[in-house]
Design a protein around this ligand. Structure first.
Ligand code: DAH
Length: 353
């Protein structure tokens, strides 16, 4: 059946809407405007719905025809919108990709590599040397008890030799360790009679000193201990000689001078021959031809006994050295504070390029 007057008007209106919508879609340049068109034409309150409201006035026969036409128009508008939407989205994506393009041929940003502190490197070098001799590396607490820092090392309360090491006390019984020697006693206790003991202990130590070119309230030490049956002074001397030659050069000599430490008997200090003047005497070695490097000795029987090792069965040697001082000599550094003030110009000199 064909449409009569009312139907023809509605049909015309729908066709016009379709044409109008398609034209608008063609001119749209962004997704938001497209969305608005969709709402305005095909939406629930859009123009098509509006036109269909007039359907009530149409005859029963006309209604399905107009209904079908309205669906076609809606579908046609929707298809145009969908097509446009895809095109706009693609365009947007392309623009974004273009903006985010990475030029892989540009030079990269240089990565700054860190490196070990000169003292850390030196300590590791000394560790490697002693590990090669069968020693193990141990650690102890920096906040130490009076017992381990002093008493277990044959320095009872009130002993005058305590004055040699001005201390930072935390309580009457706790202090910042003044040397790494307490790890001797701790190791012997921990190993509880096992033999032999060969250990070194690097670490930070603290003294109540005023900082100057040769003193720092915090510095580093490396303790060494060897306990077994029949350990002799000659073993100590051989070990230290090997250490000195590996550390400072095969042409260096060592000498042992008698000294005193409460935890060793006999006690010695070890000097190495001066590299600058080869023993002639110069300002570096204070005209003596020798430079003091470390303290050492045979472990005092009382120290062995307190730690549970029978001094009639066991003997041992111990030594204590300062990596700060060794680094100063090795690299000609004149001020110990350089190690602790973090001037990158200074520290970088010791990094491999
Ligand atoms: N603990 C001593 C100090 O800080 C150094 C030392 C000397 C350690 C002799 C030792 C030793 O083990 O046997 O001055």
């Amino acid at each position: 059946m064909s449409l009569i007057k009312g139907g023809i008007i509605v049909q015309e209106q729908l066709k016009q809407l379709e044409q109008e919508a398609i034209e608008k879609v063609a001119n749209v340049v962004d997704l938001k405007a497209l969305q608005e068109i969709q709402v305005a034409y095909t939406g629930r309150k859009g123009s098509i719905t509006e036109v269909l409201r007039g359907m009530g006035k149409l005859s029963k026969e006309e209604r399905p025809i107009i209904g079908e036409l309205a669906n076609k128009v809606r579908a046609s508008i929707q298809a145009t919108i969908d097509e446009k939407k895809a095109a706009l989205e693609l365009e947007q994506l392309e623009k974004q990709l273009e903006k985010e393009t990475i030029d892989v041929t540009l030079p990269g940003r240089p990565v700054q590599f860190g490196g070990s502190h000169v003292l850390t490197s030196l300590i590791e070098e000394i560790e490697d040397l002693f590990i090669g001799l069968g020693y193990e590396v141990r650690e102890g607490p920096e906040v130490e008890t009076d017992y381990y820092n002093f008493e277990a090392l044959n320095l009872p309360k009130g002993h005058p030799a305590r004055d040699m090491q001005d201390s930072f006390y935390i309580t009457n019984e706790l202090l910042l360790r003044t040397h790494t020697s307490p790890v001797q006693a701790r190791t012997m206790r921990a190993l509880d009679g096992q033999e032999p003991i060969r250990m070194i202990c690097p670490g930070k130590v603290y003294r109540r000193d005023s900082d100057d070119a040769t003193h720092s309230h915090q510095f580093t030490q490396i303790e060494g201990l060897y306990v077994d049956k029949n350990v002799r002074m000659s073993d100590l001397k051989g070990t230290l000689d090997l250490f000195a030659k590996k550390m400072f050069g095969e042409d260096r000599d060592i000498r042992l001078r008698p000294s005193f430490f409460p935890f060793t008997e006999p006690s010695v200090e070890m000097d190495i021959s001066c590299k600058v003047c080869s023993g002639e005497g110069c300002s570096v070695c204070k005209q003596t031809g020798w430079i003091e490097i470390l303290g050492a000795g045979m472990v005092h029987p009382s120290v062995l006994e307190m730690a549970g090792y029978d001094p009639n069965v066991y003997t041992g040697f111990a030594f204590g050295m300062g990596p700060d001082r060794i680094a100063m000599l090795k690299y000609g550094i004149e001020d110990i504070r350089r190690f602790y003030t973090n001037d990158m110009r200074f520290l970088k000199q010791f990094h491999e390029a």
